[in-house]
Design a protein around this ligand. Sequence first.
Ligand code: ADP
Ligand code: ADP
Length: 215
Amino acid sequence: MNLIFLGPPGAGKGTQAKNICNDYGVVQLSTGDILRANKKEGTPLGKTAQEYMDRGDLVPDDLIIKMIREEMKKPSCSNGCLLDGFPRTVVQARALEILLGEMGKKLDSVLVLDVPDEELVRRLSARLTCKSCGRSYNNIFNPPKVEGVCDDDGAELYQREDDSEKSIRNRLEIYKKMTSPLIDFYSNQDLCDEISGSGQINEIYSGIKNLLDKY
Ligand code: ADP
Ligand code: ADP
């Protein structure tokens, strides 16, 4: 199964992706997580990406496409992958088509999570992220069992630098301009499954499961 998770920053893609990967045996490929790991390790890619990420701008397409090519060819992706945060532009979507074609694979579904802007700002302003595994928590809506540490691995939680109000607003604008056209792009191929991302996390996941059980 090869899936794309599409939706604005804060829609809950990362949160739901963890559940899907546990239940369906696919690997989550989050371009944001991979870039943050590169940033932390100080790789050339991480250093170049840093300024774009901190402002909330998109990292250039050529860098992202090269990175995802390497990731998707790893044996861990052979059972399928859940692309979280990629593609974010039509150029990236076309590159993905070529890559899947080369690998003899196809897309099964594009899950589109929809959440109103003001809810996204509220969520992202209170988001906490695990330093080790990248799992998302929320001070208000989804707190960890023990304050400040990840339920899964006990690592410290932190607030991402780009979860400031200015960067959040910029990312929402960029999503509308650059990424939301992908909904039409994939609807034209009859691949989109739209889901409301508002409501309780487990209820949203039940809706996603109902959809995925078809595939
Ligand atoms: P969010 O969870 O808020 O949607 P991500 O973790 O997916 O954010 O991405 C964080 C940042 O990493 C983005 O604001 C952007 O700078 C960069 N990034 C991630 N994925 C891509 C991509 N596919 N194309 C360009 N930039 C990306
Ligand atoms: P994305 O990967 O789409 O940027 P995340 O999964 O990181 O989004 O979720 C963004 C923030 O919203 C996190 O703090 C997360 O705990 C919280 N969140 C996720 N789903 C919900 C929900 N259904 N209701 C309230 N908060 C949520």
